[in-house]
Design a protein around this ligand. Structure first.
Ligand code: 5GP
Length: 212
């Protein structure tokens, strides 16, 4: 990484989608590829799914602890989704951004809206659509982690989540993971080169054009 890259202002990359649209896979691939990108680990009151590890996928807490954290102002944003609470802890995000790292968020449209109020300039919001609702349901079933009732609820919510697509900067139809990764790489490359994210440029250009 060159000094110019280090001087870049970090961005907040939000990926939102209905459950089962492939967001978790894309998030994982992004983080594997972009080693300097930090993941915002949300706090939630929902039960861990099979294979989920506390502190890796989420911080799992009970409702009392969540309420206490919200009251203490420890969240950048929080929302109720599927009857459970989800929140983005403030401190790790601020630490990562101030160290010059991009931060990746897997949060829903409510979280994206709230972050817009506090951090509009740093946000890059990407919405991931499934190719069809049939495909979405098939993916939820293949995941085989949720009960029938939860799947039915997630399908009902999918339409609602999708209706917020217009609030995002970029929209991908995730037909093919590798194709979507290509799109995400292009989005990141362009967003990282926005003038406002390269504060070092002003001095660089001044030196470049100063008379001999
Ligand atoms: P899941 O239970 O499937 O892991 O997540 C359910 C939904 O909650 C997903 O749409 C996910 O993006 C969203 N979510 C996860 N963490 C947060 C968070 O910290 N804030 C908000 N607003 N939504 C979140």
């Amino acid at each position: 990484m060159s000094n110019k890259d280090r001087a870049r202002r970090g961005l907040m990359l939000i990926l939102s989608s209905p459950s089962g649209a492939g967001k978790t896979t894309l998030s994982r691939l992004l983080l594997e590829e972009y080693k300097d990108m930090a993941l915002s680990i949300s706090t939630t009151t929902r039960q861990p799914r099979k294979g989920e590890v506390d502190g890796v996928h989420y911080r799992f807490v009970d409702e009392d602890a969540f309420r206490r954290m919200a009251k203490n102002g420890e969240f950048l944003e929080w929302a109720q989704v599927f009857g459970a609470y989800y929140g983005t802890p403030k401190q790790p995000v601020e630490d990562a951004l101030s160290a010059g790292h991009d931060v990746h968020f897997d949060i829903d449209w409510q979280g994206a809206q709230q972050l817009k109020q506090s951090a509009a300039n740093d946000l890059v919001k990407v919405f991931i659509l499934p190719p069809s609702l049939e495909e979405l349901e098939a993916r939820l079933r293949r995941r085989n982690q949720d009960s029938e009732a939860v799947i039915a609820d997630r399908m009902a919510r999918a339409r609602d989540e999708i209706s917020h697509w217009g609030e995002y900067h970029y929209v991908l139809v995730n037909e093919d993971v590798e194709r979507s990764m290509c799109d995400l790489r292009a989005i990141l490359a362009a967003e990282r080169r926005l003038r406002k994210r390269q504060p070092w440029l002003a001095e660089f250009v001044r030196n470049l054009i100063q008379p001999l």
